[in-house]
Write a protein that binds this ligand. Structure first.
Ligand SMILES: Cc1cc2nc3c(=O)[nH]c(=O)nc-3n(C[C@H](O)[C@H](O)[C@H](O)COP(=O)(O)OP(=O)(O)OC[C@H]3O[C@@H](n4cnc5c(N)ncnc54)[C@H](O)[C@@H]3O)c2cc1C
Length: 116
């Protein structure tokens, strides 16, 4: 019944714009939810994985890791998955992992070299 109405109260599929962008645009009202009517159906094995994390080491604008008092730890830098996401726990769009990873890796390198 829920699928026919395009609803997914259990898992919220299709509840965010990013989520909907990944769905089937021909499927309305919710591109991520459809009733199982007529076959044929195909089965795929889905294995959970992770391509990033929102948790990580807290850093400053130079990619220096901060201690519990928010002071930089000399010589310790973080970028990419090791660094707490600048998105603050949200995933607004693809690229939010690799973009900051490359930018803060570059920034860390400049700081280590004393150029910033
Ligand atoms: C399927 C998939 C799709 C993705 N799509 C996107 C996307 O579209 N856009 C986007 O922005 N991001 C995407 N990501 C996320 C992005 O790829 C990662 O966030 C990013 O690669 C993390 O970079 P990293 O250098 O921090 O870590 P990693 O790339 O994981 O690098 C860590 C490295 O450390 C090595 N290592 C681990 N332990 C040790 C050890 N003890 N000694 C020596 N080496 C070690 C590992 O082998 C690895 O090479 C995707 C990820 C996956 C898996």
């Amino acid at each position: 019944m829920h699928a026919r109405q395009g609803k997914d109260p259990s898992f919220g599929r299709g509840s965010t714009p990013y989520n909907r962008k990944q769905g089937d645009p021909a499927q309305r009202p919710n591109p991520c939810v459809a009733p199982l009517d007529e076959g044929p159906y195909y089965a795929v094995k889905v294995v959970p994985g992770s391509f990033g994390t929102f948790a990580g080491l807290r850093t400053n604008q130079h990619a220096q890791v901060l201690d519990a008092s928010l002071n930089p730890i000399a010589g310790l830098y973080a970028a990419g998955t090791d660094m707490a996401s600048i998105m603050g726990g949200y995933y607004p769009a693809g690229g939010v992992n690799l973009g900051p990873a490359m930018a803060f890796g570059h920034i860390a390198g400049l700081h280590v070299a004393g150029q910033r």
